[in-house]
Design a protein around this ligand. Structure first.
Ligand code: CP
Ligand code: NVA
Length: 318
């Protein structure tokens, strides 16, 4: 049985298999062919943070695969009143077939997974957002970009940048990260990514000048300057990120047909100008839609790799 907690736990071949599955299921869905890959299965969806895309895409996705999604907000379940994560995992994983969690510390997700008897999917932690990055790579392919040169501009020490680092390292493409001083990616994650990059041949560079990062890139991306849980740092962050907005003058340095991606929600005229957001709306909302398809690929892949679990979802050796 495999969990989907971080991209670093998968080989390049496995990550590409998930994307291929997602593309196949997307094509089937577009032809109104709903193949019940996960018939009668239940996906538990635990949310300790807000969500629009993750909730709607997972719930719709499992339904289209023939199963059902259970939305479990920590405001409503006993987890929010202090029931331990490990007890929550041991209960819920005996009743459902797969679990997706959105939480704060990555260690909480790992604790849940360690006590779960069904596959667990990371729906975003403070450290990583891997389902978004599978989606983003699927979108890059769909936009016809064969050799991505990705520029990430903005907050380096967040879940999106860390997952971009892992994706580039695993798949072997070029990633340039431009962040203000003091907002660089976590040095431990950088070290891990650079080690993996040695094997894949990825080129990963860091700096503080957005222009250097964007020059000749074919994918430009950013993320909010104030992630969930950082609301009380808003004022200080907005000052620190002054000069890091992706606007027309910055985008003009990228390749002529460069795409702009944003995981959303976007804060106009902070990390991205209104004009650039609207100019690239087709790509951004294709990316948003692809959450639905990419996650179906991930769920079906995990379902196909649970050979140690019997039909009821309990471990064969129990
Ligand atoms: N991109 C993303 O994960 O969006 P939500 O926070 O709306 O789920
Ligand atoms: N970095 C953002 C991503 C939102 C999808 C956050 O954690 O709030």
């Amino acid at each position: 049985m495999r969990h989907f907690l971080s991209l670093k736990d998968f080989t390049k071949k496995e990550l590409l298999e998930m994307i291929t599955l997602a593309q196949k299921i997307k094509a089937q869905t577009k032809n109104k062919k709903f193949v019940p890959y996960m018939e009668h299965q239940t996906l538990g969806m635990i949310f300790e943070k807000s969500s629009t895309r993750t909730r709607v895409s997972f719930e719709t996705g499992i339904y289209q695969l023939g199963g059902v999604g259970l939305f479990l907000s920590s405001n409503d379940i006993q987890l929010g009143r202090g029931e331990p994560m490990k007890d929550t995992a041991r209960v819920i994983s005996r009743m459902v077939d797969m679990v997706m969690i959105r939480t704060f510390e990555h260690s909480k997700l790992e604790e849940f997974a360690a006590h779960s008897i069904v596959p667990v999917i990371n729906g975003l932690t403070d450290s990583y957002h891997p389902v978004q990055l599978i989606t983003d790579y699927m979108t890059i392919i769909e936009c016809g970009i064969i050799e991505p040169i990705v520029a990430f501009v903005g907050d380096g020490n967040n879940n999106m940048t860390h997952s971009w680092l892992m994706l580039a390292a695993k798949l072997g493409f070029e990633l340039r990260v431009a962040t203000p001083k003091g907002y660089e990616p976590d040095p431990i994650i950088v070290q891990e990514a650079l080690e993996i990059a040695k094997e894949s041949g990825a080129t990963i560079t860091f700096g503080s000048d957005p222009k250097v990062a964007v020059e000749n890139a074919n994918v430009v991306t950013t993320d909010t300057w104030v992630s969930m849980g950082q609301e009380n740092e808003k004022e200080i962050r907005i000052k620190a990120f002054n000069g890091y907005m992706v606007d027309a003058s910055l985008m003009s340095l990228a390749q002529e047909n460069a795409i702009f991606l944003h995981c959303l929600p976007a804060y106009r005229d902070y990390e991205v100008s209104e004009a650039i957001f609207e100019k690239h709306a087709d790509e951004i909302f294709l990316e948003a839609e692809n959450r639905l398809h990419a996650q179906k690929g991930i769920m079906v892949w995990l379902d196909q790799h649970r050979d140690n679990v019997n039909e009821k979802g309990t471990m064969n050796n129990e």
